[in-house]
Design a protein around this ligand. Structure first.
Ligand code: GDP
Ligand code: IMO
Ligand code: MG
Length: 437
């Protein structure tokens, strides 16, 4: 039995969905433990492309049970539309989906509040995905939120009053702010009726996922924990305030699932061979010249949730090394190496320079982080396309040198190299890439 936590070490979109789908072939249980529909995880199987926002990326592998655990903020409309869409495409989740009764629910006013708050921030806007993530986690923290169990109680005439009162009170209070921001307000009764309706769609899947997961763990089942977003967007460790509203790595697994933190056996950090970012905030290794445009174009770097173009640049060793050390990463999956083919020279950020001093760790203030200049090591590029390569030794010599340099910077073995979005496009190196040529 193994419990693996796979999570993003950059600013999201590292290819978590693709790796989770791959690993899920050998894992019985796949779990989302934080974030919400701000995630957009892509799985490509033949001609079929699946973009998952709420469901774990294990759903395409038919032998998996998929759990949306208590640390996730659940948009029940997005979740159920995803379930229905998969059913239309021949993938049934009837006995394969467990939704936590403790997870907080994203309601229509959370999405509107997300927009209102961004509008009020003006030039300092975060560039959120507008999925209501911040306001929902905010309500959770201030104890004004509704959980999935509340949603199910809305119709029940005996039990429903506290949940219903909280919902109606929230709509009235949020309407005042929405009005101030010049946005449409909501009719409390309509919000209640819509919530009651979606509650019936989600009800068959709802359970105490903590108890279910503890039973699965104690029974020795393999469990794969799927992070959303990435370490640079982590609420505590990222480029605050240009972050998301949850912790994005293994440190969130205990609170987000109810499993004990010591349940994790293996932490797999996921990185792209370069860096991308969508939304506002510091990005020291961004390249706004030809190379950045090449990466954007060849890597098809458009947001899977919002369709926004992703900013592109070189690998940021400072951010990745910090993620390795603070999240206890055992090994790394390196994605999109194939996108680098065709570049004459590659840069690899190994440190930052701030106010004339070299630093090896990210600064606390986003403003300082944005002023950091990367210290680069340059590597020769390679011309050959590598999508068909399946063994490390068959990669061009320059690619092997670059991957070895990445492994040195990371300080842990690179055990999976992805050279294409398809399931088969993978080089497994088991104990890391060989150190010598
Ligand atoms: P996630 O949010 O971390 O799951 O990543 P996204 O799905 O948002 O973005 C990753 C994109 O890269 C998706 O379009 C994937 O299909 C694609 N992708 C994943 N791995 C590879 C790879 O090794 N090479 C290429 N060219 N594309 C990849
Ligand atoms: P996956 O799981 C990339 C970014 C947004 C914004 C900031 C805050 O697909 O990697 P939020 O809506 O969470 O309040 O937005 O975080 N962001 C992501 N960027 N990938 C994601 O998810 C993201 N989820 C949020 O662009 O900068
Ligand atoms: Mg994504």
């Amino acid at each position: 039995m193994t419990v693996i936590c796979a999570f993003g070490m950059q600013w999201g979109d590292e290819g978590k969905g693709r790796i989770v789908d791959l690993l899920a072939a050998n894992t019985g249980v796949v779990v989302r433990f934080q974030g919400g529909a701000n995630a957009g995880h892509t799985v490509l199987v033949g001609d079929e492309k699946y973009v998952l926002h709420m469901l774990p990326s294990g759903v395409i592998q038919s032998s998996t049970v998929n759990v949306v655990a208590g640390g996730v903020v659940i948009d029940p409309w997005v979740l159920m539309d995803e379930v229905d869409d998969l059913a239309r495409r021949g993938i049934s989740l009837d006995d394969r989906l467990k939704v936590s009764d403790r997870a907080h629910v994203v309601l229509p006013y959370h999405r509107l509040m997300d927009q209102a708050m961004e509008k009020l921030r003006g030039a300092a806007a975060i560039g959120t995905t507008s999925r209501g993530i911040g306001p929902t986690y905010g309500d959770k923290t201030t104890r004004d939120g509704l959980r999935v169990a509340d949603l199910l109680a809305l119709r029940d005439s005996r039990d429903s009053r506290p949940s219903r009162d909280r919902l109606l009170g929230n709509v009235v209070a949020r309407n005042e702010i929405l009005e101030r921001a010049g946005l449409d307000t909501l009719d409390p009764q309509t919000v209640l009726e819509d919530a009651q309706e979606v509650a019936e769609r989600i009800r068959p899947y709802v359970t105490d996922t903590t108890e279910w997961l503890l039973d699965a763990w104690e029974a020795g089942r393999d469990i794969l924990l799927e992070g959303a977003q990435g370490h640079g967007l982590d609420l505590d460790h990222g480029t605050y305030p240009f972050v998301t509203s949850s912790n994005t790595g293994p440190s969130a697994v205990g609170s987000g699932t109810g499993l004990p933190p010591k349940a994790i056996d293996h932490v797999l950090g996921i990185v792209k061979a370069y860096t991308t970012r969508v939304g506002a905030g510091p990005f020291p290794t961004r390249d706004e010249e030809a190379a950045g445009r090449y990466l954007a174009d060849k890597g098809r770097e458009f947001g899977a949730t919002t369709g926004r173009p992703r900013q592109c640049g070189w690998f940021d060793g400072v951010l990745a090394r910090r993620a390795v050390r603070s999240q206890g990463v055992d090994a790394v999956a390196l994605l999109k190496l194939d996108v680098l083919s065709g570049l004459e020279q590659l840069q690899l950020g190994t440190a930052y320079e701030l106010d004339g001093c070299r630093i090896d760790a990210p600064p606390a203030l986003a403003d300082d982080w944005a002023r950091c200049r990367p210290v680069y090591s340059a590597y020769d590029g390679w011309a050959a396309e590598i999508g068909d390569v399946r063994r490390f030794e068959d990669l061009p010599a320059e690619a092997r040198t670059y991957v070895r340099a990445l492994q040195d910077v990371l300080g842990v073995p690179i055990e999976i190299i992805s050279v294409g979005a398809e399931r088969a496009c993978v080089i497994e190196t088991a104990r890391g890439v060989p150190v010598s040529a």
